[in-house]
Design a binder for this molecule. Sequence first.
Ligand SMILES: [Zn+2]
Length: 264
Amino acid sequence: MIKIRKYIEDKINELSSDIIKSTQKLLQIKSVKDKAEKNMPFGKGINDCLETTLNIAEKLGLKTKNLDGYAGYAEIGEGNELIGILCHLDVVPEGRGWTYPPYGGEIHDGKIYGRGAIDNKGPAVAVLYALKCLKDSGIEPGKRIRLILGTDEENDWQGLAYYLEKEDMPDLAFTPDAEFPVIYGEKGILHICLSKKIHAGRSEKVEYLSISGGNAVNMVPDFCQAVIRTDEGELIKESLTEYLADNNVKLEIEESNDSIIINS
Ligand SMILES: [Zn+2]
């Protein structure tokens, strides 16, 4: 056991610059769900990312399969039993406010920056190289170990549905989705729509046109914007500025023609 562990540690050290390069390569592909194209059910970006990942797997000597652009897998071992490791290659939109380019895969202070570095391209690459090490170590697990690559995890899970239609359900599975070493539960997520009639208050000359924020329902909103139409712009701006100062809140207030735009 110690021998194997040492073997794998040495092998990972030997492959580390390759592991980093492969991670950067995947981070440089903007794999946000997009309109379907021929043989690309979730758009070109996700398809490129799936193909690139399967190419890396193939070069590492793993058995691969592309399930018509809906999903893919990389596998080692022989046997009836199937161990599944689930990763996904799609990401949510990048949003604003990045210190380094979201699709740059740049390294700063020993960390790789990019959308999907942790969720979930980095872990997918880690699994690929772990499978290669296991394969090269000569261990015969007596079962198949399969990295299943999903492509629609951030939206409708159609990739996994397609996989389950066509392929075996694993006998046992885990997912290194995000933080090391494993997540066994998530807090849950609500997709809700709130609506409320807002009265203008003391002035009938105020109309709330919109309040919106964020880019996707499953990501933390990076901005919020409210648009108010009014002919009492000065008064509203003054009261808002006072309110923000009293409550130590920072928002940007812009005036444009007959509207006030408030940005977080
Ligand atoms: Zn994820």
